[in-house]
Write a protein that binds this ligand. Structure first.
Ligand code: RBF
Length: 351
């Protein structure tokens, strides 16, 4: 039996936190100095706010895994680390209140969360609850002494996906177009992921275009399936999907039509072998594990914003999976490997 405690609190239970919020806040402020990074306490409580639902969202699955692994490492006879995971659900308008309630409860030495919209929300909350510390992944905020952020080089991640999508399209078709189905438009998507994906495809052939479609939410697999069908009808042969729970609709529809999918964030080859022909990953499990580990050891550099990519071991394209080797042509794999080697050697920089 693991010694650490994990509680998964669904959205509704958050009401209990709200009702007790003010009381806890007043208690909490009194003993801030001794709590700064949690080193001296016997019980450390870490609240994890999932902006969405864990199931079906690779980034959140990795976040939960990494946090729990760090807690396990630090649980010993003298200290216990309690992890409370709260799923914020898909209504983004509610996230601020929910994180505020967590901070106001005074229950957590640290609040952990992840996605590019969270730093802005936390900025405001941090002013109201200056005793609360935050560890935010997949986002960026500099200079707040109570907030540490880590984000990934997603230009590299998207570039590797685009390169593979175009290589695979070249092998089987004449249309110089690849697809990107995203759940929603947000600055990182519009300014980094979409251009990075296009840049990768255009490195194979400058005539490539990206057909970019939006589902409108992170769960509607039926809508994602419709968009996939329409892209395939228009001649697209390879699609990248970044749509959380709605990705299922993309993969199933592509599989029925012999189109191919590049998966993002985690290794997706075994989701549909032969259909998923690329996995452009980020190691958010490692990030959550390492950074919570730093917090628990008293060395997390609050106030800083770090960015990690391929050469830091946080972004990669999975090439050593047997399904990849068996289902993707050798010639394509070799070209993909050569491009990745260029990133690793520094010959190709995508900052
Ligand atoms: N990614 C998911 O996999 N599932 C989600 O529910 C999810 N929700 C998001 C909500 C917002 C407001 C933003 C800005 C991003 C969200 N992401 C989600 C995307 C995630 O942060 C990341 O950009 C992608 O997973 C690509 O790495």
């Amino acid at each position: 039996m693991p010694k650490f405690a994990i509680k998964l609190i669904p959205g509704l239970c958050l009401f209990f936190f709200l009702s007790s919020a003010l009381f806890f806040f007043s208690c909490r402020n009194k003993d801030l100095s001794g709590r700064i990074q949690g080193e001296d306490e016997k019980t450390i409580s870490v609240g994890v706010f999932i902006p969405g639902i864990i199931s079906g969202s690779p980034v959140y699955e990795m976040l939960a895994e990494g946090v729990m692994a760090a807690a396990e490492k630090h649980n010993n006879g003298t200290r216990s680390v309690e992890i409370v995971i709260i799923e914020g659900g898909y209504n983004q308008a509610e996230w601020e209140n929910k994180i505020t309630a967590m901070a106001a409860s005074g229950s957590y030495n640290l609040i952990v969360s992840s996605n590019p919209s969270i730093p802005d929300i936390v900025s405001g909350i941090s002013e109201k609850f200056p005793g609360q510390y935050f560890l935010l992944l997949d986002g960026e905020l500099r200079g707040n002494p109570r907030v540490y952020t880590l984000r990934y080089n997603q230009r590299e991640q998207a570039y590797m996906a685009g390169y593979m999508a175009a290589l695979e399209t070249e092998a089987n078709g004449t249309v110089k177009r690849v697809g990107l189905i995203a759940a929603q438009e947000y600055p990182v998507m519009t300014n980094i992921i979409l251009p990075g994906f296009l840049e990768g495809a255009q490195t194979v052939n400058p005539r490539y275009e990206v057909d970019f479609r939006i589902v409108g939410n992170w769960y509607d697999a039926a809508k994602a399936a419709e968009l996939t069908e329409s892209l395939i009808r228009s001649g697209v042969r390879v699609l990248l999907c970044i749509a959380g729970g709605a990705n299922e609709g993309v993969v199933n529809t592509a599989g029925q039509s012999d189109a191919k999918v590049v998966w993002f964030d985690t290794n997706g080859y075994n989701i549909k072998p032969g259909t998923v022909i690329g996995s452009s990953v980020l190691h958010q499990d490692l990030a959550a594990y390492s950074q919570l580990n730093r917090f628990l050891s008293g060395t997390l550099p609050f106030g800083t914003a770090e960015i990690f990519g391929v050469n830091d071991g946080y972004v990669d394209f999975v090439q050593d999976d047997p399904i990849y080797r068996e289902t993707v042509a050798k010639e394509i794999r070799e070209k993909q490997a050569a491009m990745i080697d260029k990133i690793r050697s520094g010959e190709l920089t995508l900052n």
